[in-house]
Structures are given as structure tokens and as C-alpha cells.
Design a protein around this ligand. Structure first.
Ligand SMILES: Cc1cc2nc3c(=O)[nH]c(=O)nc-3n(C[C@H](O)[C@H](O)[C@H](O)COP(=O)(O)OP(=O)(O)OC[C@H]3O[C@@H](n4cnc5c(N)ncnc54)[C@H](O)[C@@H]3O)c2cc1C
Length: 442
């Protein structure tokens, strides 16, 4: 019987295990260091905020694994010997495999800042980090967050849920502007200020200063300020967690190098999820790291098919993602802010400044949606993008995508009116009159 061993019980590894079980009768073992059972990493913040208990973040009952003949081992893999098809574990045990899947996830970035290893300074990735954060934020007067991405804003929300003042250092001039277009970025920036976060844009961490017990007492910033604090969260992105792979003959770059089938350079060794670096043939493009929950799940499903005998190429399909900036939900489908040729964008913002819709299109078809504070049905937007509907075809039936019937009566007409302002010859008509303020960006 073939023996499939998976390193990592995150969404990628666990999905692979579930689908290998579905498609085959192979022996399956998952070795993971962090937790006995799979849990939802994006829910970490809710445990800290008291909205959920750890038990509630586990998508499967504990009996699920035995019932599905998936053996779970709590240990750390320290070495991979691909000639002997053998893993060495921290406990000293050895494990043999026929097929190996490396799904070891990410680790928070540290950029060599002076003081980055002081007591009270940490990243947020694992359950152990969460526990440390519980400890590190007890009785503090201020927390400083370094790095303006999605985890940074989550940590801000976590601290504020305990009424702890927050200073948020963001290197960019606008919040998450690498991903969000200017208007959405401005909206989130206003929202962060509204929550009384001391947000400092265009400011970098210079140094973390210690007190006489070796604990953080302040940070120095690139603008010359010193901010007193007892806790520093380093949230400047993550990188693949692959140190233990590097001593093997499995090729690595930023992550474990794989092709579109998640195959490494070694037969029967695969890598998926955050730790995999998908090699792109086009020399003008950078290899892809896909560090998202839903892509990890897709990787797991695809690699399982290959392992079970149907070699299957990965097709990420139409991009999507979602997140939350305090109270503002964000959903994105397709290509937004990718600067594609001939790209135009219809941007409508609600007068409350906390809701917006952006439709990105070109002369032929609609290519992307950004929704802020409004939910649009994923399946419908994806279908429109896939079928290459024109902007007018989409506007005509935009109400079909809206999740919120109380709201759609107003905003779809506002968007159509906005479009008509720059396309007066169009035969498109609003469903009913709307006097909402709107903006157009071409
Ligand atoms: C706080 C936070 C919030 C997030 N929110 C979102 C979100 O809202 N939406 C979204 O799309 N993504 C989100 N992400 C990212 C998402 O969680 C990751 O993309 C996803 O969890 C990666 O899954 P994975 O299976 O590749 O790896 P992981 O979930 O990292 O799992 C890998 C596991 O492997 C174990 N491991 C590593 N090395 C070894 C070893 N040598 N031996 C044994 N075990 C090992 C690790 O301990 C870990 O448990 C968030 C991440 C964080 C940290």
C-alpha cells in the first residue's frame, strides 16, 4: 500500500489528505508541529477578542481523522532524505514515505531591525504566537504595530478590543496601496483613524529600544520620533517556512520550487500552500507565492488528484480574496489594480464613505470587481468575468449580484447614472431614480 506523508496540518495539507482519502485507499499520515488538529488560522484574532474559543475554530470533529484513516502525528520534521525516502523528526523518530507533500506554511518576516528579538516583540502566525501575545499584552499601556498589511490591521483590532492604545507604522504613504487602489486605500485609512489608531503613514521602524530588563520600552521611527510602548507586533508580511527543506536535495528558491502540478525536482515529492513557489515559464514574470487560505485549499485538492493517479494541472482561475478592515468588509474578484492595458474603472462610493463598488473593465469586457462594505455574489461576478460580459451588459443586471436587498435598490442606479455621465449616448437606463453622490475615475 502506498504511504503518503504530509508535512503540515494547515488548510493545504489537510485538504490534500482529505482528497487523497476520497480518491484512493493509500495510507495517509500528517505530521505537524503546531497543533494536534487542524484549525482555522484566519480565526486566530477572534480567539483573542473573546468571540470564539479555540475549539470553535476546528472545522472537523476530533473523531473525523480516525474515521477517515488519516493518522495524525504531532512532531517537527527536521530533515528530509529523498534517497532513502525518509524523514527525521525532532523526537528522534524516523518516518518512511512513498509520496511526500510539503505543506509547511509561512513564518512572519523579520528584517534585522535592532531589538527585534526583545521580550515583548513578536509576529502573529501560530497558536503559540497567540499565546505569547496574551502574555505580552497583559498590563501594557501601548502597542506598536509594524507593517501595514492585513495581519497588521487585525492586530490593531485585537488590541483595541481590549482598549489598548495602538500606534501603527506603515511604510507606504497609503494603507495597503500595493493592493488597494487609491480610493479604497483612502477609505480604509479614514476608517483606521476613526477607530482612534495612531496611524503613521510613510514611517518605518528604525529600532526597538529595551528597558534594563531586556523588555521593549519604546520604538524609534524613521521620522525621528520615539514612541513609548511595551508591546511590538511585527506584521511586515510572511515568508515560506522551509529552513528544514534546504539541507535536502529538493530545490528551493523563496519557497519550495514546483511546477504547475506542484511537483518538485524530486519524483514523488510535492509542495503546496504558502511554502510552495510556483515556477513561471515567462522570464518577464516573477515566480508565484500564493499565501492565501483559498489557494491553499485549491492546491491541496489538485495535488491529491495527481497523487491518486490523474495528473492534474493547477489553474488558479479568476482571482478572489476577502478580508475585513475593522467594520469594512472587502471582497475582490478578478483583476483590480493590475494596470492591464486599456483598463478603465468605474468607482462609486456611498456618501457615508465606508461603502464602495469598483468595476474594472476594458473596451471588450469587465475584468474585476472591488467591493468595500458591500457584498456581491462571488459566483455571479466570476461568471460575468469568465463570460467576458461588457460593462453595459454587467450594469444592466448588476442588481443580481447584490447580496443585500435593502441596499441594492439605491446603489446600482447610482452606478449606472455615474456611467451615463461619461457615456451619454448609451441606451442603458437606471432602474429607478437615484440622487446619490458618486465619482468616476477613468
Ligand atoms: C493571523 C492571520 C490571519 C489570516 N487571515 C487570512 C484571511 O482572512 N484570508 C486568507 O486568505 N488568508 C489569511 N491568512 C493566511 C492563511 O492563513 C494562510 O495562507 C494559510 O493558513 C496557509 O496554509 P498552509 O496550509 O499553506 O500552511 P499553514 O496554515 O501555515 O500550516 C502549516 C503547518 O505546518 C507546520 N509545520 C511547519 N514546518 C513544520 C515541520 N518542519 N514539521 C512539522 N510541522 C511543520 C506548521 O506548524 C503549521 O501548523 C491569515 C494568516 C494569519 C497568520
Amino acid at each position: 500500500m502506498k504511504r503518503v506523508v504530509i508535512i503540515g496540518n494547515g488548510i493545504a495539507g489537510v485538504t490534500a489528505a482529505r482528497y487523497v482519502r476520497k480518491y484512493s485507499d493509500y495510507d495517509i499520515q500528517i505530521i505537524s508541529a503546531e497543533s494536534d488538529h487542524f484549525y482555522s488560522r484566519p480565526a486566530l484574532m477572534y480567539i483573542y477578542m473573546g468571540h470564539m474559543k479555540y475549539e470553535n475554530t476546528k472545522p472537523y470533529e476530533d473523531f473525523f481523522w480516525e474515521k477517515n484513516r488519516i493518522e495524525l502525528v504531532r512532531d517537527t520534521v527536521t530533515e528530509i532524505d529523498t534517497d532513502k525516502r525518509r524523514l527525521t523528526l525532532l523526537s528522534g523518530r524516523h518516518v518512511l514515505y512513498d509520496v511526500l507533500i510539503i505543506a509547511s506554511g509561512s513564518r512572519p518576516n523579520k528584517f534585522g531591525w535592532p531589538g527585534q528579538d526583545l521580550e515583548g516583540v513578536q509576529g502573529l502566525y501560530s497558536l503559540q504566537d497567540l499565546e505569547l501575545m496574551e502574555h505580552n499584552t497583559r498590563d501594557i499601556k501601548r502597542g506598536v504595530i509594524v507593517g501595514g498589511g492585513l495581519i497588521g490591521i487585525e492586530v490593531a483590532e485585537m488590541l483595541l478590543s481590549r482598549d489598548l492604545p495602538v500606534t501603527f507604522l506603515v511604510r507606504e504613504e497609503k494603507y495597503w496601496n500595493r493592493v488597494l487602489p487609491d480610493e479604497e486605500s483612502n477609505m480604509v485609512t479614514r476608517h483606521i483613524f476613526k477607530h482612534h489608531v495612531d496611524l503613521r503613514l510613510g514611517v518605518e521602524l528604525q529600532e526597538i529600544l529595551a528597558d534594563d530588563r531586556g523588555r521593549v520600552r519604546a520604538v524609534k521611527t524613521s521620522s525621528g520620533d520615539e514612541v513609548e510602548c511595551e508591546f511590538v507586533a511585527l506584521t511586515a508580511g510572511v515568508h515560506p517556512n522551509i529552513d528544514f527543506v534546504k539541507s535536502s536535495n529538493i530545490k528551493c528558491g523563496r519557497g519550495v520550487l514546483v511546477n504547475d502540478f506542484f511537483e518538485t525536482n524530486i519524483p514523488n515529492v510535492y509542495s503546496i500552500g504558502d511554502c510552495a513557489e510556483i515556477v513561471v515559464e515567462n522570464p518577464d514574470e516573477r515566480n508565484r507565492l500564493e499565501q492565501l487560505w483559498y489557494t491553499g485549499r485549491m492546491h491541496g485538492e489538485v495535488v491529491a488528484k495527481t497523487i491518486a493517479g490523474t495528473r492534474t494541472e493547477y489553474d488558479r482561475g479568476i482571482l478572489f480574496n476577502s478580508a475585513k478592515f475593522f467594520d469594512i468588509e472587502y471582497h475582490t474578484y478578478g483583476l483590480v489594480n493590475f494596470d492591464t492595458p486599456g483598463e478603465k474603472s468605474l468607482y462609486w462610493e456611498h456618501p457615508d464613505g465606508a461603502r464602495a463598488i469598483r468595476i474594472v473593465y476594458n473596451d471588450e469586457c469587465v475584468i474585476g470587481f472591488n467591493l468595500m462594505g458591500i457584498r456581491y455574489r462571488h459566483g455571479i461576478c466570476e461568471d460575468w468575468i469568465r463570460r467576458k460580459l461588457t460593462i453595459e451588459q454587467v450594469l444592466k443586471q448588476l442588481h443580481k449580484a447584490n447580496f443585500d436587498p435593502e441596499f441594492y435598490e439605491q446603489c446600482e442606479d447610482a452606478i449606472i447614472n455615474l456611467y451615463l455621465r461619461s457615456h451619454p449616448g448609451s441606451s442603458l437606463r437606471p432602474r429607478r431614480k437615484s440622487g446619490l453622490k458618486a465619482m468616476l475615475f477613468g
